[in-house]
Write a protein that binds this ligand. Structure first.
Ligand SMILES: *Cc1c(COP(=O)(O)O)cnc(C)c1O
Length: 406
């Protein structure tokens, strides 16, 4: 690919002026002039969420007390269906509750319950730690071998041919993989990877933590089986907000293993023994975290208002600009780009590799640019188009350039 001309700060300012989503930045609390490039770690607080939670505590919990359950009881499925619309999942397949880790554990058992003959479970190489721990723990419980799916190059996404090779002998029941890798931002091809797994008799359990709210998703159309994902990253639902769990309708017989009263077919028939709900409610366990669910609802509402297409378009433009700026300014200074060049194969953060990654992030912080470091050598700059400005990304690249050139 021929090198694009290096964007200038004036170019970045012009892109901000033309940005159809620029007005959304003011809908967040506390950003002021700062460059907050950690929307992939903890999304900032939407003002609407602050109001919604204040109203909930005052009028809901404070005012209605136990009667509030009339409106809260079905939040996990109501908010779940709303998240479902955002990720291309028809109604009745998504619930929100529990942490991502717990959802992973539940859905991995569910997926494996459909393959009692499976001898192995597979996980993408260099997968997020909690995902690896869940896989190792469930494999030990079920006496399964753990296989590692090699990545496409050391930075690339999990690829269909690698999944096909890992699962070729038919022993793998479930493949666990992030759609967008937390380290490099590399993004897998959901349809192709799913098809490769299915051809070998395996299901895929996708971790959408760095994808939901960041890139357009079409879970139903792409043949997804099972998925989980964070809501406190690009969905701005706040620290510890509950995670999503998706189970394709055709897999409704795959039950998660924690039998709780929210998954019971007649929740208030108090003496009954457990009989599972026939639909996504079987994925529920116990009393849902109401405040967190309201925050997810507001986060998704902001994304709906902005529109999935506009978010995707501005997101791609931001990634292109920061990619071009980093290529021109930083490659000559010994920085490598770990994020793929192909726009279809990347999510919404740029990962830069440099041995002094830690010091670079500290230097950015001194300039008011909030970025993050992933050991040992990665700097991540997230472009979350609801609140990130083009100049924020440009200033981050320039800050790194100045530090390295000094
Ligand atoms: C952020 C993240 C998690 C977090 O899991 P929690 O249970 O919410 O702490 C899990 N997996 C991936 C890939 C992540 O990026």
């Amino acid at each position: 690919m021929p090198a694009a001309p290096a964007p200038t700060r004036a170019d970045a300012e012009a892109l901000d002026r033309a940005d159809p989503l620029a007005r959304f930045r003011d809908r967040f609390v506390g950003l002021d002039g700062s460059a907050y490039l950690m929307g992939n770690s903890l999304g900032p607080l939407p003002a609407a969420t602050e109001d919604r939670l204040a109203a909930f505590t005052r009028e809901g919990w404070g005012g209605r007390r136990v009667e509030g359950w009339e409106e809260w009881l079905d939040l996990p499925t109501r908010v779940g269906d709303r998240v479902g619309r955002l990720v291309g999942a028809g109604p009745g397949q998504v619930v929100v509750g529990d942490s991502t880790t717990v959802q992973l554990h539940k859905l991995l058992h569910a997926g494996l319950s459909g393959r009692p003959d499976a001898r192995a479970v597979a996980v993408a190489d260099d997968e997020f730690p909690t995902d690896r721990y869940v896989v190792d723990g469930v494999a030990a419980d079920r006496d399964l071998e753990v296989r590692v799916v090699p990545l496409d190059g050391c930075d690339g996404p999990v690829a269909a041919d690698a999944v096909a090779r890992t699962c070729a002998d038919g022993a793998v029941g479930v493949v666990v993989a992030s759609l967008v890798r937390y380290r490099t931002g590399a993004r897998a091809d959901m349809a192709a990877v799913s098809a490769a797994a299915h051809a070998a008799g395996a299901l895929v359990l996708w971790d959408l933590s760095h994808a939901v709210g960041a890139v357009p998703l079409a879970l139903d159309a792409d043949g997804a089986d099972l998925a989980v994902g964070c809501t406190y990253k690009y969905l701005n639902a706040g620290p510890g907000a509950p995670a999503l769990a998706y189970r394709a309708r055709r897999h409704a017989h795959l039950h998660q293993p924690i039998h709780g009263w929210f998954g019971q077919v007649d929740q208030f028939a108090m003496d009954a023994t457990y009989a599972p709900q026939p639909d996504a409610r079987q994925l529920l366990v116990g009393t849902p975290p109401v405040a967190g669910l309201l925050a997810v609802d507001e986060g998704v509402a902001l994304h709906e208002e902005a529109g999935v297409d506009a978010l995707a378009e501005v997101g791609r433009a931001q990634m292109r600009m920061v990619w071009d700026a980093a290529t021109a300014a930083l490659l000559p200074l010994g920085v490598a780009l770990a994020t793929p060049a192909d726009p279809a194969r990347r999510g919404q953060h740029l990962a830069l590799r440099h041995p002094d990654a830690r010091a670079l992030v500290d230097a950015l912080a001194d300039d008011g640019v909030v970025a993050d470091h992933r050991a040992p050598d990665i700097v991540r700059l997230a472009a979350a188009p609801l609140h990130t400005r083009f100049v924020d990304l440009w200033d981050a690249v320039e800050g790194i350039r100045r530090h390295l050139a000094a």
